[in-house]
Design a protein around this ligand. Structure first.
Ligand code: CO8
Length: 372
C-alpha cells in the first residue's frame, strides 16, 4: 500500500466576467420583451408574466457577485439568452478538453511532472460535451499521458468522488499518478431565462494531481481518508438524455436544462453535509480543534457559514473557511477545489483540513488531508 497525496493543483479561469448588474439588466430586458410579446395571453390569465430579477436579491440570497464564462457572446442578448458557442469539427479539440489542458498545466508544473508521467486521467464534471468517446481519453491523448482514462459524473460532487477513486488506485498501486479534471461549462446547461437560477453558475476548470507521497516534493497534502455518500433526490435535475428523440422531446423544454427546488435542497442537503463531515472526522478521531481549514462546495454563502459554525462549534474566521463563490459563483464540481487551490499554500506542515463537495444526487464527498 502507498500513501496517496495531492502533489499538484491548478485552476483555469475563463477571461469573460458577468457581474450581477449586467446579468440582471439583460434578464429584465428579456422579461420585458417576453411580457410584451405575450401580453394578450398574460392578460387573459393563460400565461404568467416573467417577474424581474434583482442584483440585491442575488447577493443576499447566495453571496454571489459575479461569474466567469467561457463565451459571453449570446448570454446577455435578450433574443438568445444562452452562450453562442460554435460547434467544433470532430478533429478539433473539444471545449472541455481545451480548458482541461489549461488547468492541468499549472498543476503538472507544481507536481513537477510531464504528461507521460500520468497513468490515470479522470474527467469529473456535471455534464459532458458529448456521450463518447470519453472526454478524459481525448485529454489523455492531448497530454501524451499513458495508462487509461474515463469520465465520471456525480454533478457537484464529481471532484471529491474523483479524488476518492484516484486515491484508492494510487493507494493500491494500480496507478502511480492520477490527474482529476473538473472542466465545468455550466453556462451551456444553465437556463438563463429563469430568474430563480440564472445567477447561480459560472464556468471554470480545476485540476488535481494525486501521486505517491514518497515520490512527492515538500509541501504536498497527504490524503488521509475519503468518504462518499449518495441519497436519491429529484430536487436537482436535468432531463436532457439520449432517449430525448425516442420520447419525441426535441423541443426547447425547460427540463432540458438545470432545474432545482433550491429551498428544499438547502434544507435537506445542509443537515446531510454536516452529519457526513462530522461522522467522517469522528471516524478518523479528529475533533473540531484538529481542523485548520474547511474547503467547502461553493453554492451558497449562508449554507457554508452554517456548516462551518456547526463543525467548529463557533463562527469560523474567514481564513478557516474560505469562500470563492463571490467571484466564481457556483462552479459545480470545481468550487471546493478552487477554494482549496487558492487557500492552502499558507498552511504549515501538519495542518489538517477537509475538502467537501455536495449537490445533485443527492451526493456528498469529503477528503481529509494533512500538509506534509
Ligand atoms: N431576483 C429576485 N427575486 C427572486 C429571484 C431573482 N433572481 N429568484 C427568486 N426570487 C424570488 C422567488 O421567486 C421567491 O419569491 P416568492 O417568495 O414571492 O415566491 C423569493 O425570491 C425567494 O426565493 P427562494 O425561496 O428560491 O430563495 P432562497 O432564499 O431559497 O435562495 C437559492 C435561492 C440561492 C437558490 C438557495 O435556495 C440556494 O442556494 N439553495 C441551495 C442550492 C444548492 O446548493 N444547489 C446545488 C445545486 S448545484 C449541483 O448540484 C450541480 C448541478 C449540476 C450543475 C448544473 C449547471 C448548470
Amino acid at each position: 500500500m502507498y500513501q496517496p497525496a495531492i502533489t499538484g493543483h491548478g485552476i483555469f479561469t475563463p477571461e469573460h466576467v458577468i457581474t450581477n448588474d449586467e446579468l440582471v439588466t439583460a434578464f429584465n430586458a428579456y422579461a420585458d420583451k417576453y411580457n410584451a410579446e405575450h401580453a394578450a395571453d398574460i392578460e387573459a390569465g393563460k400565461l404568467a408574466p416573467k417577474p424581474q430579477s434583482s442584483a440585491e436579491f442575488i447577493y443576499n440570497a447566495s453571496g454571489i457577485q459575479q461569474r466567469y464564462v467561457c463565451v459571453k457572446d449570446g448570454i446577455l442578448d435578450p433574443d438568445r439568452m444562452c452562450p453562442n458557442i460554435p460547434p467544433r469539427p470532430d478533429d478539433a479539440p473539444s471545449l472541455m478538453a481545451k480548458i482541461a489542458l489549461k488547468a492541468a498545466e499549472p498543476a503538472m508544473a507544481m507536481a513537477g511532472i510531464a504528461g507521460q508521467d500520468i497513468d490515470l486521467v479522470i474527467c469529473a464534471a456535471s455534464n459532458m460535451e458529448r456521450a463518447y468517446p470519453a472526454m478524459a481519453i481525448e485529454i489523455q491523448q492531448l497530454l501524451g499521458a499513458g495508462g487509461f482514462a474515463f469520465d465520471m459524473n456525480v454533478a457537484c460532487s464529481s471532484a471529491t468522488f474523483g479524488i476518492q477513486t484516484a486515491a484508492d488506485m494510487v493507494r493500491s498501486g494500480s496507478v502511480k499518478t492520477a490527474l482529476i479534471l473538473c472542466p465545468e461549462v455550466t453556462s451551456g446547461h444553465l437556463e438563463w431565462r429563469d430568474r430563480d437560477c440564472h445567477f447561480i453558475f459560472g464556468d471554470v476548470c480545476t485540476a488535481v494531481i494525486i501521486s505517491r507521497a514518497e515520490d512527492a516534493s515538500e509541501g504536498h497534502f497527504k490524503i488521509l481518508s475519503t468518504k462518499c455518500a449518495t441519497e436519491y433526490s429529484n430536487n436537482i435535475r436535468n432531463n436532457n438524455g439520449f432517449l430525448r428523440r425516442s420520447h419525441d422531446q426535441m423541443d426547447d423544454r425547460r427540463d432540458m436544462q438545470f432545474m432545482q427546488n433550491g429551498r428544499k435542497v438547502f434544507k435537506e442537503v445542509l443537515p446531510m453535509v454536516c452529519a457526513h463531515i462530522a461522522d467522517h472526522m469522528d471516524k478518523e478521531n479528529w475533533s473540531s480543534a484538529d481542523l485548520d481549514r474547511l474547503w467547502l462546495h461553493q453554492a451558497n454563502k449562508t449554507m457554508n457559514d452554517f456548516i462551518g459554525k456547526k463543525l467548529l462549534g463557533r463562527v469560523p474566521e474567514p481564513h478557516e473557511q474560505p469562500n470563492i463563490l463571490q467571484d466564481y459563483a457556483n462552479t459545480s464540481s470545481a468550487g471546493s477545489i478552487i477554494a482549496f487551490s487558492q487557500n492552502c499554500s499558507d498552511l504549515p506542515s501538519g495542518a489538517k483540513g477537509v475538502i467537501c463537495s455536495f449537490g445533485a444526487g443527492y451526493s456528498v464527498g469529503s477528503v481529509l488531508i494533512e500538509r506534509a
